[in-house]
Design a protein around this ligand. Structure first.
Ligand code: 5GP
Length: 212
């Protein structure tokens, strides 16, 4: 039976390990696609344009927004803009392919308003607040001021937890990936994504043929 693709949205504070858990999930579910966001932030040394993000300047970002090319967008960490290109998401869903969005809580809220039950919203949480602080400070990819900004953003993220339908606590990557896979698998089986009407039509046609 054909089915519509799942739009799996994963949010959570910076440093919680979303990227690592999503990579692990994608190794287990290789058919899952990942949306590549646009951002006005500068690339980090290890990041590749078109793979990690589409790195764009503000005028280009605003042009995409004005043209309606973004499914959602938000200002995160008090400056850079981030947005999800609409085309690849619509294409994937129409083809019955599942696609994952790693976006902030504001973007998750927009997706929820737009897609209603069509999206599965997952919040990835740290085992505790002190653990998140320690992870961010250990990471050393950001300046102390950036770490403070990310902690402020993290507080806002956690304040909006009730926007989500699922919570995955990332204590161990393996287990968090198992839980995310379980959510994806269950979402794939939603009646609303299947073309059960085709089966009903077959049954009705058969019943009519029987009566003749
Ligand atoms: P980073 O700068 O560390 O790569 O990402 C910062 C935050 O921006 C992440 O928590 C991520 O969830 C969020 N983000 C990345 N892409 C998007 C996007 O397309 N839309 C929204 N709303 N948030 C995004």
């Amino acid at each position: 039976m054909n089915r519509q693709g799942v739009l799996l949205v994963v949010s959570g504070p910076s440093g919680v390990g979303k990227g690592t858990v999503i990579r692990e999930l994608m190794a287990r579910r290789p058919e899952l696609r990942k949306s590549v966001s646009c951002t006005t932030r500068k690339p980090r040394p290890e990041e590749e344009d078109g793979v990690d993000y589409h790195f764009v300047d503000l005028p280009a970002f605003l042009r995409m927004r004005e043209a309606g090319d973004l499914l959602e967008w938000a200002v995160v960490h008090e400056a850079p803009c981030y947005g999800t290109p609409k085309g690849p998401v619509e294409q994937a869903l129409a083809q019955g392919q599942d696609i994952i969005l790693e976006i902030d809580y504001q973007g998750a809220g927009s997706v929820r308003r737009m897609m209603g039950g069509g999206a599965a919203l997952v919040f990835m949480a740290p085992p505790s607040w002190p653990e998140l602080k320690a992870r961010l400070e250990r990471r050393k990819t950001e300046s102390p001021e950036d770490v403070r900004k990310r902690l402020r953003t993290a507080r806002r993220e956690i304040a909006h937890i009730d926007l989500f339908q699922y919570i995955v606590v990332n204590e161990r990557v393996e287990q968090a990936a198992d839980e995310l896979a379980a959510i994806l698998d269950a979402e794939r089986l939603r009646l609303s994504r299947s073309d059960w009407r085709g089966l009903q039509a077959e049954v009705l046609a058969d019943a009519e043929a029987d009566e003749q």
